[in-house]
Design a protein around this ligand. Structure first.
Ligand code: AP5
Length: 239
């Protein structure tokens, strides 16, 4: 059965067709977003995804979906996530290996929250080398720890899409409701000041070495500025 598009306005259809045609001419890109919790990786991803025709793979979102579905993987990951610790390398590498082969990732991908350890980075490099591919850019989102508490504790999330809002910096049009779907927003269980301390400690000890691992591909972004300014720096870095 063909999909019924009769309700979709013609100009929207034309825009989508033009976008898909433009995508055909874009170069492939494989980009890593790295930075502490609340630095804006999830906020900036949809725009990068649209402009460069990439898929957005966020290991945190994938793990939260597995926890919500109570799969064996989700049950194993939950304890570490609630404590602000990292889940095992094998779990996340397996998720990414499978996800990067989806048709949606044909032009490349944005990795958001992966790799988070040097072991994960090396496994990713090996996996891509086998496919004759490699990472093109690593965007290092730098935000002082002191600012992250307010960002993380004020965050509201649309669980279905992973869209992030902030009660002060990026409020939804209607309080507590997703702008696109009208569905309710939730607070993440790990978005509290105590768990954030553990997440920051994990970032500084285990993830900072990943930035050194990719030193030649890293672009440092000052991410403690308004979202549009950060977006402009990203556009320049990926041009
Ligand atoms: P994950 O979901 O990846 O969490 P995270 O890395 O801690 O990152 P966040 O999602 O908290 O932050 P973000 O940078 O996306 O910020 P956002 O854009 O929403 O991981 C969760 C857990 O899963 C981990 O602790 C771990 O247990 C496990 N896990 C995941 N990946 C793993 C891996 N590879 N290995 C092992 N374990 C793994 O922005 C935050 C807020 O700030 C929002 O409210 C937003 O509106 C606001 N904001 C954004 N930009 C700005 C700006 N420029 N100015 C003002 N406000 C802003």
């Amino acid at each position: 059965m063909p999909i019924d598009l009769s309700e979709v306005p013609t100009h929207e259809l034309m825009k989508e067709i033009q976008h898909r045609l433009d995508c055909g001419n874009k170069p492939d890109k494989r980009v890593i977003l790295i930075g502490p919790p609340g630095c804006g990786k999830g906020t900036q991803s949809p725009r990068i995804k649209y402009e460069h025709c990439l898929c957005h793979l966020a290991t945190g979102d994938m793990l939260r979906a597995a926890v919500a579905a109570k799969t064996p993987l989700g049950l194993e990951a939950k304890k570490a996530m609630d404590a602000g610790a990292l889940v095992s390398d094998d779990i996340v590498v397996g998720l990414i290996e499978e996800a990067t082969q989806q048709p949606e990732c044909a032009k490349g991908f944005i990795l958001d929250g992966f790799p988070r350890t040097v072991v994960q980075a090396k496994k990713l490099d090996e996996m891509l080398a086998k496919r004759g591919q490699g990472i093109d850019k690593v965007l290092d989102f730098v935000v002082p720890d002191a600012l992250l508490v307010e960002r993380v504790t004020g965050r509201w999330v649309h669980p279905g899409s992973g869209r992030s809002y902030h009660e002060k910096f990026a409020p939804p049009k209607v309080t507590g409701v997703d702008d696109i779907t009208g569905e309710p927003l939730i607070k993440r269980k790990d978005d509290n000041a105590d768990t954030l301390k553990a997440r920051l400690a994990a970032f500084h000890s285990q993830t900072t070495p990943v930035i050194e691992h990719y030193a030649k591909k890293v672009v440092v972004l000052k991410a403690d500025r308004p979202q549009d300014e950060v977006a402009r720096s990203i556009a320049a870095a990926l041009a």
